[in-house]
Ligand binder design. Structure first.
Ligand SMILES: [Zn+2]
Length: 119
């Protein structure tokens, strides 16, 4: 697979995981209120506001996980705690899946870098 194709696939996976897969999760696990659950999970994207604290704001080679405050391991531990309470469970699932999405994207980047697609 060419470098360009890999990069396109990385973007498709990343944005599908941020927007479409939460819909599937909502439909599978929160069936009675899946549209509301989907919207809540997509809304958890607000944690990316912590990127505004970094310089540069966007760096495709930087892994969000463990770098930005709301993507720190402490924050992720809090998101796990939110899973316990029924009222915050959908938010917690959205936040944790967001963290998973960003984490897997870091691996895509590393694989592409090791393939010498990035210098
Ligand atoms: Zn993020």
């Amino acid at each position: 697979m060419s470098a360009d194709s890999m990069e396109i696939l990385r973007s498709i996976v990343h944005y599908s995981f941020h927007f479409l897969v939460p819909g599937a999760i909502a439909f599978l696990f929160f069936r009675k209120q899946w549209k509301r659950a989907w919207l809540i999970m997509i809304s958890t994207m607000i944690v990316d506001a912590d990127h505004l604290l970094a310089t540069p704001i966007f760096d495709p080679g930087r892994c969000s996980i463990g770098y930005h405050p709301l993507h720190s391991y402490y924050a992720i531990a809090c998101y796990f705690i939110l899973l316990i309470f029924p009222k915050t469970r959908i938010i917690a699932v959205g936040l944790l899946f967001h963290m998973y999405t960003d984490w897997q994207d870091c691996h895509w980047y590393e694989i592409l870098r090791q393939m010498k697609l990035f210098v």
